[in-house]
Design a protein around this ligand. Structure first.
Ligand SMILES: C[S@@+](CC[C@H](N)C(=O)[O-])C[C@H]1O[C@@H](n2cnc3c(N)ncnc32)[C@H](O)[C@@H]1O
Length: 243
């Protein structure tokens, strides 16, 4: 997408509305993650507004974060729980908190926000650097085929159709670069607004190889936070990597 700047895709408008559209998996994700935070600490890559970090903090885990968007961090810091969460502003493929944790995690498809294979590998390497010897890196994403199919690489999806507003996702996938370019377009009586995003889709198998490059290996893979078996019907995965 010409002139797309990933650093600007979570600007003040997106950040202001972000918590209005929760996914509903927050409690189950926090319960899953809390079991790995053995000494009571964890690091979230791309912590955002603390959608997962806040419920994880409520379970007694001290969460640190790395986050690119100052606007998302501003929303987190305005929350009472946000005051106990230390966030480093920076890129999760390189920024550091200079600490090690039993748990580093990256959820909600956000490894896809890194737009080259190199940056995605660097992200695995950066996670490995932040892990204690027996620590784990937990990654959660959709499966690419749940979003796009080879015979239908372009799509328009009606996200909501209301009397006063219509929201459409308009997308195109390039199988060569593995980049999915999407623009969420909202039509209201006040006008039209656009929220572009570009993602680099990778399969669980590619992630396993990236983990191996970073010196880790796959330990467990589930179909969801409830630990259902990962199988041919799965639409997403929760993968646990370690040494
Ligand atoms: C879908 S949101 C997820 C936020 C949070 N983890 C959650 O589950 O709600 C994606 C977040 O990733 C952040 N982000 C995107 N690229 C990043 C990067 N390279 N380094 C750090 N954060 C990044 C965005 O600013 C945004 O806050």
């Amino acid at each position: 997408m010409k002139d797309f700047d990933p650093a600007k895709s979570f600007g003040s408008d997106v950040a202001a509305d972000y918590d209005d559209h929760k996914r509903g998996d927050e409690e189950s994700a926090a319960s899953f993650l809390a079991e790995f935070a053995k000494d009571g600490t964890a690091l979230e890559f791309a912590i955002g507004t603390g959608r997962i970090a806040v419920p994880l903090t409520a379970k007694g885990v001290r969460v640190d974060g790395i986050e690119l968007s100052p606007h998302m961090v501003e929303i987190l810091r305005a929350k009472p729980e946000g005051r106990n969460i230390t966030v480093i502003l920076g890129d999760m493929s390189s920024a550091t908190t200079d600490r090690q944790y039993p748990l580093v995690y990256l959820v909600y498809n956000t490894i896809f926000n890194l737009l080259t294979a190199d940056d995605q590998i660097h992200c695995f390497e950066n996670a490995a650097r932040h892990l204690t010897k027996d620590g784990v890196f937990v990654v959660e994403t959709a499966l690419p085929h749940a979003w796009i199919s080879p015979d239908k690489p372009d799509y328009v999806h009606a996200e909501y159709v209301g009397k006063e507003a219509v929201g459409l996702d308009v997308a195109r996938y390039d199988p060569v670069t593995q980049l999915l370019e999407e623009n969420h377009i909202e039509f209201t009586s006040q006008g039209i607004s656009m929220s572009p995003i570009v993602c680099r889709l990778i399969t669980p198998g590619e992630m396993d190889l990236m983990a191996r490059i970073a010196g880790m290996r796959l330990i467990q893979r589930f179909a969801n936070w409830e630990r259902s078996a990962f199988d041919i019907n799965s639409k997403m995965h929760v993968s646990v990597y370690g040494y």
